[in-house]
Design a protein around this ligand. Structure first.
Ligand SMILES: Cc1cc2nc3c(=O)[nH]c(=O)nc-3n(C[C@H](O)[C@H](O)[C@H](O)COP(=O)(O)OP(=O)(O)OC[C@H]3O[C@@H](n4cnc5c(N)ncnc54)[C@H](O)[C@@H]3O)c2cc1C
Length: 435
């Protein structure tokens, strides 16, 4: 039997994982990445000795990413944040201890006694919430039905934001919000040593070792389809390649532009609302306030975290700090000054010890907000493109499982199942996570 010839378009973590899984399963795999470097949004760059991850990155320990990386023999190194130092809630420009467990809940001045009890009840009941019954319910509405006090709702809303990266709680499906909260409670997250670029390098090595050909600076121009079936693809330089299957591991717009004139794919791309964030990355020679390691906005969509306190991301004694604003469609960009104010509150004096900085006003975190209107995670496009035989997609906007990079890993696994074991198994059985 000749090996199935598969081309993967896109060399981010999703595409590399698909290439590794398929090559290990015996397919003849070629991966093309249009930019000079592998990694996509999972890239890490070195700036003045600091590892900048293109905004903060936290890997869910109970998510699909850890499961699939484990299958590839890749064990991410790093630590779980929150185990040392001060973790704060930021409200009206002031820091308060963030209620995260019984002790901080008792001691925080963020909430009064009634509020503390209500938050404890909300968090205690979370693991038993049936997320899948909430597909069509907006996260904001769900919070209104679960939490009576507005100040507790603000805290719960901030926890949804940090777990999902979504600030649009009117749009976000409560199913997705609850699954992310449950996953966070179950396993917390990992800050990865040397940044996510280290995962990119290791997954790419697994793919190559399994026989995949990986090419950078190679833009795919279009997928060649005949009679509703994939025949191959055409590269930017005009070369045509034959393939039994094509896996596009890019954005919804990338899939549509590879299939010009396909109204279904164009419609999906037009309908996808991206989730965005503004990020400020800072490399400091030292931390002005060594104990102040994390702040989460309660009355605004703010996040600041000293990632180097938990992962190797810079020179000895230095500090690598991520500041972020969660954005919405209506608020799709932020100014650097807005993010600096958050840093002024957490780490006053940071400007005097600044070594490196990088600001991005609007990055795409995930390509599709799983809305209540569209049926939550179940409403996202499937990994197999239903109307084109042999065409698949992978990404943080694909399939029913997970959000963020977990969805990229999970959809790569779905493609593996479809191509190696037959399409009968193409979509996973739905599972309530964390219950
Ligand atoms: C600020 C920020 C914070 C984040 N934080 C987290 C977090 O804490 N936890 C988490 O799980 N996730 C997080 N994410 C999301 C995570 O980074 C992404 O979900 C993940 O990296 C997506 O990987 P991917 O391979 O699916 O897509 P990408 O990394 O976007 O890769 C797609 C690749 O396809 C290539 N490509 C597209 N079209 C073509 C073509 N025609 N020819 C050749 N190549 C092509 C692109 O160049 C790109 O390299 C964050 C994202 C951002 C921006």
């Amino acid at each position: 039997m000749t090996a199935k010839k598969v081309v993967v378009v896109g060399g981010g973590l999703g595409g590399l994982t698909a290439a590794a899984l398929l090559a290990r399963g015996g397919c003849s795999v070629t991966l093309f990445e249009r930019s000079k470097h592998l990694g996509g949004r999972g890239q890490t760059s070195e700036v003045e000795g600091f590892r900048f991850n293109l905004g903060p990155r936290a890997l869910a320990r109970a998510g699909a990413g850890m499961r699939v990386l484990g299958r590839l023999g890749v064990t991410p190194q790093g630590s779980v944040p929150g185990q040392k130092g001060g973790t704060y809630a930021l409200r009206a420009g002031r820091l308060h201890p963030l209620p995260r467990g019984p002790v901080s809940l008792l001691t925080t001045d963020l909430l009064g006694l009634a509020g503390k009890l209500e938050l404890a009840r909300f968090l205690g009941a979370l693991p038993r919430v049936d997320a899948d019954a909430l597909e069509n319910v907006p996260a904001r509405e769900w919070l209104r039905t679960r939490v009576a006090s507005e100040e507790v709702r603000d805290v719960a809303g901030a926890l949804v934001r940090v777990a999902s990266y979504c600030a649009d709680l009117e749009g976000l499906s409560a199913q997705a919000a609850v699954r992310q909260l449950q996953q966070g409670l179950k396993g917390n997250v990992l800050y990865v040593d040397e940044g996510w670029g280290s995962l990119v390098t290791r997954v790419a090595a697994v793919a190559r070792d399994a026989g995949a050909r990986v090419e950078v600076s190679a833009k795919v121009e279009r997928v060649v389809v005949k009679d509703g079936r994939v025949e191959g693809l055409r590269m930017g330089d005009g070369t045509v390649l034959a393939a039994d299957a094509v896996v596009v591991a890019g954005a919804p717009g990338d899939v549509a532009s590879l299939m010009p004139g396909d109204e279904v794919l164009e419609g999906e791309a037009a309908a996808a609302i991206p989730v965005r964030a503004a990020t400020l990355e800072l490399g400091l020679s030292r931390l002005p306030k060594p104990q102040a390691l994390f702040a989460l906005g309660i009355d605004g969509p703010w996040y600041a975290s000293v990632h180097s306190a938990y992962a190797k991301l810079g020179p000895e004694g230095g500090a690598m700090v991520h500041v972020m604003k969660y954005l919405t469609e209506a608020d799709a960009e932020a100014s650097e000054a807005e993010l600096e104010v958050v840093m002024d509150t957490l780490q006053p004096g940071w400007r005097e010890v600044l070594v490196a900085r990088r600001f991005r006003p609007s990055l795409v975190v995930t390509h599709l907000l799983p809305t209540a209107k569209a049926g939550g995670l179940s409403g996202r496009p499937t990994a197999k493109v239903p109307h084109v035989s042999g065409l698949y997609r992978v990404g943080d906007w694909v399939g029913e499982e997970g959000m963020l990079v977990d969805a990229s890993f999970a959809s790569a696994e779905v493609v593996e199942q479809a191509l190696l074991r037959g399409e009968r198994h193409a979509e996973p059985v739905r599972m309530a996570m964390g219950a």
